[in-house]
Design a binder for this molecule. Structure first.
Ligand code: 23J
Ligand code: MN
Length: 264
């Protein structure tokens, strides 16, 4: 099939619904859960604010519009290499300089729902990933790897979403070796999760602090956080559209994450 035929086939499949568009995005507003870091370590991202400029009234008769106060790393969002010190020198490492070809890519969805429900500190390892590949097929260069935990079910309850106690947050994520495997051996495009960040809740205390951030961005690769609806995606076969806003020198951006999913 020619590439023109491929696109024509995609067009008709989108129109007849045999490829559906799944929204993998959480609502973005004042109630969106945000990352909390220990105050001695860092400032936090501010609460999201949506302010009315005008609404069909005296200040503009025919239109409504708002202005936002919004951290780059809020809600369902994209982490660019410049987010981390290990990726700071890549000339194409901010959201406005990343090649757009990277914003549309196949997704591998690793189901970790049982493990994460049994242990909120669950860490995905290279052994888990290799067992998943043996069952579903290899992860290929340039593809996303997404950790499905169904953590989006807690999105409306920030306490449950962050799951913190006196020892800190407890949410699942990858161990350092898993990210090393995905970057060095698989040459993956990046790593995405349904939790507040690409790293596990406890990752600030790991041997390499925040290994997903450290290692993804060191390889000029990308992260996705607070993804939703991964339960509607196949293990393989979906195409993920994840375009960050073109914020000048931006280290990340909220996205509307969309998955193209075959229904037949
Ligand atoms: C800064 C420091 C630690 C983390 C994060 C940001 C994120 O999760 C993020 O949004 O990139 S863990
Ligand atoms: Mn982020």
């Amino acid at each position: 099939m020619s590439t023109q035929d491929t696109l024509a086939s995609l067009a008709s499949s989108l129109l007849d619904g045999s490829i559906k568009v799944v929204d993998c995005t959480a609502p973005l507003g004042p109630d969106t859960p945000l990352l909390k870091l220990p105050p001695e370590l860092a400032d936090d991202t501010p609460k999201i604010e949506i302010h009315e400029i005008s609404k069909y009234g005296d200040r503009g008769p025919f239109w409504a519009w708002n202005w936002l106060k919004l951290g780059e790393h809020s809600g369902t969002h994209y982490d660019a290499p410049h987010h981390w010190i290990t990726g700071k020198d890549f000339p194409d490492g901010s959201v406005d300089t990343i090649a757009p070809q990277n914003f549309v890519a196949p997704a591998n969805v690793i189901d970790c729902t049982k493990e994460s429900a049994a242990d909120p500190d669950f860490l995905l390892t290279p052994e888990h990933i290799k067992a998943w590949e043996a069952e579903h097929g290899e992860i290929k260069e340039g593809e996303w790897v997404l950790m499905r935990t169904d953590w989006d079910q807690y999105n409306t309850d920030p306490d449950k979403f962050l799951n913190a106690d006196e020892t800190g947050p407890h949410t699942p994520g990858p161990n350092a070796e898993a990210i090393i495997y995905l970057m060095e051996e698989k040459k993956a495009l990046g790593w995405g999760t349904q939790c507040i960040g690409t790293d596990a809740g406890a990752a600030g205390g790991f041997e390499i602090p925040f290994p997903a951030h450290n290692l993804l961005h060191k390889h000029n690769r990308y992260g996705l956080a607070s993804l939703t609806n991964l339960s509607a995606l196949p293990a393989k076969g979906a195409i993920l559209v994840t375009a960050p806003l073109k914020i000048v020198n931006g280290t990340g951006s909220p996205i509307r994450a969309l998955a193209l999913v075959p229904t037949t």
